[in-house]
Design a protein around this ligand. Structure first.
Ligand SMILES: Cc1cc2nc3c(=O)[nH]c(=O)nc-3n(C[C@H](O)[C@H](O)[C@H](O)COP(=O)(O)O)c2cc1C
Length: 324
């Protein structure tokens, strides 16, 4: 299992998520069997102008690797500047190009999935980046801009020819955003028609989803994004399914509490208490989905959590009484 010259020990890839897949999130998920992680999308302009916040997004660690840094932009010169800086200053394994972001603020500048509307220009852009980057380059696209312009097969072949080392397809159109369902049938068997390995993304919430997506598309890799939230064991179980091993049971409440504690500690250590707590308000409730009393705990965390003492006291009290 190789992407370019990078050896992976699993076919499960942690998908990039802006505001979520920070370094501590990736480190926490890694031990559950992530073969490769991606940073959230990073602006090539932000890197070129040495924006301090942007530089933080580029940080990696030993535990984190192999890791890909994902950049987005619309101007080749900016991308090349950013790559030059990254290669001098950061430790990473793969450079990923974002051609999938549907957010208007991004697409109106010609970046993200707006590239899908100009495939020939995208080809030249990617070819130049592949030449300039000393690391393998991967690319992430969607099915197409809208229902009338589904062109992912054409784009994937262009990316292949431009020399990318893996192509990820989120099986929705830009117009779909994150609504409706991912449609694996749109890229049925595509994995067998490309030179570069294919990674399938979209609605991977269960082991069965991963199995189905890989079978239909013949993808070599599967990307878990929202499905990883609060449920790191999904990654372990997808690996077990791929290896023909027996699946682990769903985590108990106590196991989920342990996950939540470990994750919180990592976040606080990295971001400091204030910033970590703000992010944990959104991320922690996911660990308790499906347990009776979830809604109450979610409200408590997302509306009232304001320091780490209260957080750990709350987690301890749930652990002691064995229910939410
Ligand atoms: C909050 C959020 C942020 C995301 N940020 C990025 C991003 O920065 N770069 C990217 O390529 N995809 C991004 N995605 C898309 C995911 O990587 C993934 O392709 C998509 O969510 C479909 O997979 P899922 O349905 O299994 O979550 C994001 C998705 C979500 C929900």
């Amino acid at each position: 299992m190789k992407i370019g010259n990078i050896e992976l020990n699993s076919r499960v890839i942690l998908g990039p998520m802006a505001g979520v897949t920070s370094l501590p999130y990736r480190e926490f998920m890694k031990e559950f069997g992530v073969g490769l992680s991606y940073s959230e999308m990073i602006s090539d302009c932000g890197i070129s102008y040495k924006n301090k916040k942007t530089e933080r997004y580029c940080e990696t660690s030993k535990i984190d690797r192999p890791v890909g840094l994902q950049i987005f932009g619309s101007d080749l010169r900016m991308a090349l500047n950013a790559i030059e800086w990254l290669e001098k200053n950061e430790e990473y394994d793969i450079l990923d190009l974002n051609f999938g972001c549907p957010v208007q603020k991004v697409t109106k500048t010609g970046a993200g999935s707006a590239w899908l509307r100009r495939p020939e220009e995208m080809f030249e852009y990617v070819r130049s980046i592949v030449k300039a980057s000393s690391k393998p380059v991967t690319a992430k696209i969607r099915l197409g801009w809208d229902e009338n312009s589904i062109n992912c097969e054409h784009v994937a072949h262009l990316l292949d020819e431009a020399g990318v080392s893996m192509i990820t397809i989120h099986c929705r159109t830009t117009k779909q955003g994150y609504s409706g369902s991912a449609r694996y049938e749109e890229i049925k068997g595509l994995g067998e028609r490309l030179n570069a390995p294919l990674c399938v993304s979209g609605d991977i919430f269960t082991v069965e989803d991963a199995k189905k997506a890989m079978e239909i598309t013949k993808a070599s890799y599967v990307m878990v994004a929202r499905g990883s939230l609060g449920n790191p064991r999904l990654i372990t179980n997808i690996n077990r399914m791929i290896n023909g091993e027996e699946l682990l049971p769903e985590p108990t409440l106590n196991e989920s509490i342990e996950y939540a504690k470990t994750f919180s500690k990592k976040m606080i250590e990295y971001f400091g208490e204030r910033t970590a707590i703000m992010q944990l308000r959104g991320l922690l409730p996911h660990f308790f989905k499906g347990f009776p009393g979830y809604k109450k705990v979610r409200a408590e965390i997302s509306q009232h959590l304001d320091n780490s003492d209260t957080l750990f006291k709350m987690l301890d009290s749930i652990q002691n009484r064995q229910h939410l």
